[in-house]
Write a protein that binds this ligand. Structure first.
Ligand SMILES: NC(=O)c1ccc[n+]([C@@H]2O[C@H](COP(=O)([O-])OP(=O)(O)OC[C@H]3O[C@@H](n4cnc5c(N)ncnc54)[C@H](OP(=O)(O)O)[C@@H]3O)[C@@H](O)[C@H]2O)c1
Length: 314
């Protein structure tokens, strides 16, 4: 078992910890606890904290970093531009930076490709039929041009995207001067994203996996459970060993100190067993899937997102 901090070099030379990442999404009712469990993650060796304006956890992440006493430059901080701020990139970035209080941000991502209408105090504005109020007055190409300007300020070390597909990355590349350093997407053994992985590798874009465990859906898979028994490890450790073998950056989230330690202690699996895990891919989205009645994911269809070429087979 290893718990070393391995790093990946992004396309602009900036280094990012590959596995020692901690997510920081928290529902509103538990946000008062975020500072404590991020501090615990830092004490347990995590050196990459993934947050987002929309999570409402940036301030708590910044406070935990300060309280940890770990030098700022040893911690990698990722945060994200929300979908309703695509026409106010600089302003939103500065708000996030102020909330974090970290002096600079290591990686700033466009959180979703779709732009949602800005309504003061309402990040999820909806139409009367319940669908999200999207807008085409601004688009991710415009937002990216503003993200590129942020690089000149020295307040951010790298910029990237999240929830982008080959289709939306191709559209972005038509106007982008800077290639995204990272694309953060849902990725686990049931959604291996192999086509996107190959595409990103060719373009020099690093992939970060969110929902890296695949929750109990993947943890309870009979193959994962049997490999956990074989290697005297836990199902989550088996899944993370597979990510590590593919050089994917992961940002697992746990509020629990014991599970935080478990998640960064990774066994080495044989090539044969890793191959079996590759075989579990079934294009199944578990975290962000199409709404059963609208067929949309936060206001965009699978076709708009470029996700329809990888449909669930189940
Ligand atoms: N870019 C995006 O659109 C996007 C979308 C989703 C997520 N994210 C990021 O990715 C991070 C992680 O994603 P996620 O929370 O969806 O997935 P995850 O980290 O794979 O799963 C987290 C869940 O698994 C539990 N857990 C963690 N370690 C465990 C273990 N060893 N054994 C059993 N259960 C365990 C956690 O509970 P406990 O906390 O109780 O341990 C929590 O319920 C988020 O926090 C966020 O930063 C980004």
């Amino acid at each position: 078992m290893t718990s070393s901090i391995r790093k990946v070099k992004l396309n602009n030379g900036v280094e990012i910890p590959i596995i020692v990442g901690s997510g920081s999404y928290a529902p509103p009712e538990t946000r008062d606890k975020v500072k404590d469990w991020i501090l615990s993650a830092l004490k347990n060796g995590y050196r990459h904290i993934d947050t987002a304006y929309i999570y409402g956890t940036e301030k708590a992440v910044g406070e935990a970093i300060k309280a940890s006493g770990i030098p700022r430059e040893e911690i990698f901080v990722t945060t994200k531009l929300p979908w309703n701020h695509q026409d106010r990139v600089a302003e939103s970035f500065n708000t996030s930076l102020e909330a974090l209080g970290t002096g600079y941000i290591d990686l700033y991502l466009i959180h979703w490709p779709q732009a949602i209408v800005f309504e003061e105090g309402n990040p999820l504005p909806r139409n009367p039929d319940g669908s999200f109020k999207t807008t085409d007055k601004v688009n991710f190409n415009d937002a990216w041009a503003e993200m590129e300007k942020l690089l000149q300020t020295g307040k951010v070390r790298a910029i990237g995207v999240s929830n982008f597909s080959i289709k939306t990355l191709e559209k972005l590349s038509m106007t982008a001067k800077v290639t995204p350093a990272v694309n953060q997407v849902e990725l686990h053994p049931y959604l291996a994203q192999n086509e996107l992985r190959d595409y990103c590798a060719k373009k020099g874009i690093a992939l970060t996996a969110y929902t890296p465990s695949g929750y109990s859906v993947v943890r309870d898979d009979p193959l994962i459970v049997s490999l956990a028994e074989k290697y005297k490890a836990t199902p989550t450790q088996i899944i993370f060993a597979w990510h590590l073998s593919r050089n994917t950056i992961i940002v697992p989230k746990s509020e629990n100190s014991e599970r935080q330690k478990e998640n960064i202690t990774i066994p080495a699996l044989s090539e044969e067993d890793l191959g079996k895990i590759w075989g579990l891919d079934r294009g199944q989205r578990i975290c962000n899937k199409a709404h059963p009645t609208t067929g949309q994911v936060f206001g965009w269809t699978l076709e708009q997102l470029g996700w329809e070429t990888y449909p669930p087979k189940l």
